[in-house]
Design a protein around this ligand. Sequence first.
Ligand SMILES: CC(C)(COP(=O)(O)OP(=O)(O)OC[C@H]1O[C@@H](n2cnc3c(N)ncnc32)[C@H](O)[C@@H]1OP(=O)(O)O)[C@@H](O)C(=O)NCCC(=O)NCCS
Length: 173
Amino acid sequence: MLRFDDGEVAIREFLPEDKFRLAELANNTKVSDNLRDGFPSPYTVADAIQFIDMCLKTRPPQVFAIEYKGEYVGNIGLNKGDDVYAKSAEIGYFLGEPYWNKGIMTKAVRLICGYGFISLGIVRIFTGVFSYNIGSQKVLEKCGFIKEAIFKDAIFKNGKICDEVRYAKLLSQ
Ligand SMILES: CC(C)(COP(=O)(O)OP(=O)(O)OC[C@H]1O[C@@H](n2cnc3c(N)ncnc32)[C@H](O)[C@@H]1OP(=O)(O)O)[C@@H](O)C(=O)NCCC(=O)NCCS
C-alpha cells in the first residue's frame, strides 16, 4: 500500500473501512459548498463505497485518504489529464470540519505534489477555487502555487454566481 508521511499527517491508499468516516465527514454542507455539484450532498455510505472502489481500481493510485495522528480525516487526489494535457493534473481535496485550521491540508498538498511530480511524471498541477474559499487559497499559496488567473463569474453554486481563482504549481518552478 502506498503511503507518504510528514510527521502527524500522512496520505495513503484507501481502506474499505474508511467508508463510514468518509460518509460522516463528507455529509456536511460546509464541505460541499466549496466543491463541484458532482460531490454528493447529502453524502451516504453508498456514495463512499462507490468512491473508494473507483479510487482502488485506478492504477497507479491518484486519490488518497488523509490521516492525522493515525485517523482518517479527509481525501486528496490528482486527476491526470489526457491527450496534450497528459503531463498536467488537477488537484482536489477536502478535510472533515473538526480538523480544519491545524495545517493538515497544507502538509497533505505538499505530499501529493511530491508524488505527482516524482512518481506520476506530472509537470503541472492546477486547480480552481471558488472566490469565497479563502482557506483553500491560503493552503495553495503556502504550498507554492501561483495565482494564474481569475475566471470572472465562472462558478454557479447554490444558486449564486462567483469567480473562480485558478492556481498552478510547476515542476520547473
Ligand atoms: C479548505 C481546507 C482544505 C483547508 O484545510 P486546512 O487543513 O484547514 O488548511 P490549513 O490549516 O493547512 O491552512 C488554512 C489556512 O487558511 C486560513 N483560513 C481559513 N479560513 C480562513 C478565512 N475564512 N479567512 C482567512 N484565512 C482563513 C487558516 O488560518 C490557515 O492559514 P495560516 O496557516 O496562515 O493560519 C478545508 O477547510 C476544507 O476541506 N474545506 C472544505 C472543502 C474545500 O474547500 N476543498 C477545497 C476546494 S478548492
